[in-house]
Design a protein around this ligand. Sequence first.
Ligand code: DX5
Ligand code: ZN
Length: 354
Amino acid sequence: MAGGRARVAVSILDADHSNMAYAIRRAEQEGADRFHIDVMDGHFVPNLTFGPKMIKGVRPRTELPLDAHLMISDPLQFIDEFLEAGCDSITFHVEVDPTQIEPALQAIRKAGRAAGLAVRPGTPLTALEPYRKLLDIVLVMTVEPGFGGQSFMKDVAAEKLLAAREYLSHKPVGAEVHVDGGVNRETAEFIGGLGVDILVVGSVLWIKGRDMGREIRLVRALADEGYQYRLNHGKPPIPRDAMVTFVQLPKALARRFMADIEQGGIPVIALRGTGQFNPDGVRDYDLLVPASAEALTTERHAADRARYLDEAARWREAYIAEHGVRPPDTQRPGMDGPTPPTPAERASRPAASG
Ligand code: DX5
Ligand code: ZN
């Protein structure tokens, strides 16, 4: 688990398509925070990639969140298949047929997953305006979608990345700005300064002979450095403050606890991470506090943390009793931690959005 603020989503677009299971395992071992899966239909973009079956196939291979980026003309037609495949989030493009946008976003939210809209470099952010209340994710493209390995459009990033946060202002917990295209060690610090949560990194990780883990750590560290440099009014952030996970809790409880902690002046960041899956199919959120404030947070809130964790356990039991589902707790061979729910389990679960 990363110690800082920024998260790296590894795009598998430029991995070896004949051996995706290996690519996923390798990237997870090398420290990926999550996966970014680029779905292309040869129509919305001039390229073809994977479909829901591939995502379904890799779902049991990793604990990490799977973010689907749909570059397809008809997202609504396929949304149920992508939900059923086990994506943690689904982001599609605001440039598609507008009659599909709201129903597709609603379907994603109803399934308890994070819903996002992506904007091409030439599309203004104001295109998101009618949908802002339905968004968990805004994905800003800093290359023309379709291919990996293109150069980062700095002017697009400068214009949109900070502003993208505005469209998520209704969401105190779990809102994410993603940047996609041309992200690497040259561009990460600049991007971090614009407050991005998730940096999608593709082609540079899959270059033959490249140390993938080091590349991921560099991008993450540089993005954090950029963020803190900006907060520090342009003075180098020394010492750099890492963020550490204080607790993992279901969304509603995470929101309350976050408010309690922040009341005392300690800044908290809430992100989807590797938290366990709850019986409603939604993961626990990570609440991160600055490492320099960890001791103080523990001193003030250790007892609250125990209470919140108890409350979470009671909520899970009550949910299971009421809805007749069990949280996925079976161990997979050779892996620690809970298995994500099967698509059937997920599909049988009622809405849990908010
Ligand atoms: C491009 C895709 C990206 C791609 C990024 O259409 O949306 O996710 O993988 O690749 P790089 O990091 O090489 O720009
Ligand atoms: Zn993408």
